[in-house]
Ligand binder design. Structure first.
Ligand SMILES: [Zn+2]
Length: 259
């Protein structure tokens, strides 16, 4: 019996150490970024804070909006409250543009059945739950989650939703189908980059990034691609940190110093 207790004690201790190590790793990974400011607005774009992640409401016109990502809440409560403050319901959301297929960005999608869901082609199986990636594979198996990405998007395309012009860029690395969008002067980067507290742009958090070198190369290439439209960019929006309002500067600076 004594031996059993001793083994249980050691196992308990080991589990405790593992949990602490994981907590420390998560803390290091998610600290250091600029804080997300719920309700922050930049010309027709509103930040919605959903715990540790953000989604964005982008105006199409007075009564229709698009979302960039749909947050981590199963009922999309933070987004629905933000819409309700404008007197809008879930049906006002005409489109949801997914920066990538990770669950913390897609879980709220099903709360908006009228919206057409869009995302880069390579991440569609991930967004629909038919595929798992990276170390998430160790924590379960793939199950279709009811999300249907009806409109696959491709690098370099642009299209309109009412008066809203959407430009699409592929930025593989965080996931293979990560995308960036330029709308209303805001460049949405999802998890491909992060805003630091001192107003700089950093590459996506390595712990969750499938291919960090490719992620950095994608950001450098995006800076080049977007430079001709540099004047249009008023702000850069990353999903897990606050919006940077210094135009394209932080991305250009990242690209100039990253090798
Ligand atoms: Zn994320």
């Amino acid at each position: 019996m004594r031996l059993v207790f001793r083994i249980l004690k050691i196992v308990g201790l080991l589990i405790g150490v593992l949990v602490l190590a994981l907590a420390a790793l998560l803390f290091v990974t998610f600290s250091g970024g600029a804080p997300i400011r719920d309700g922050q607005r930049v010309d027709g774009v509103e930040v919605v804070k959903d715990g540790f992640v953000s989604a964005f409401i982008v105006d199409i016109d007075d009564h229709d909006v698009a979302l960039v990502d749909a947050g981590n809440d199963g009922q999309a409560k933070p987004i629905l409250s933000a819409l309700a403050r404008r007197g809008l319901g879930p049906d006002a959301v005409k489109a949801i543009l997914l920066t990538h297929g990770d669950r913390d960005h897609t879980t709220g999608v099903l709360a908006f059945p009228q919206a057409i869901v869009m995302g880069l082609e390579a991440d569609i199986p991930l967004a629909e739950g038919r595929e798992l990636r990276g170390f998430f594979k160790f924590f379960g198996s793939a199950h279709p989650n009811g999300i249907k990405v009806a409109r696959p998007l491709h690098d370099g395309e642009s299209f309109t939703l009412g008066n809203l012009v959407v430009r699409v860029f592929a930025v593989p690395g965080h996931t293979k189908g990560s995308g960036a969008f330029l709308m209303r002067g805001v460049l949405f980067l999802g998890d491909s980059a992060d805003a630091t507290k001192d107003g700089k742009l950093a590459a996506g958090r390595w712990l969750f990034t499938e291919n960090p070198a490719q992620n950095r190369a994608s950001l450098r290439q995006l800076a080049q691609q977007i430079e001709p439209r540099g004047g249009e960019v008023k702000a850069i929006a990353c999903a897990h940190s606050g919006m940077l309002t210094g135009g394209l500067g932080p991305l250009s600076e990242f690209a100039a110093h990253d090798r």
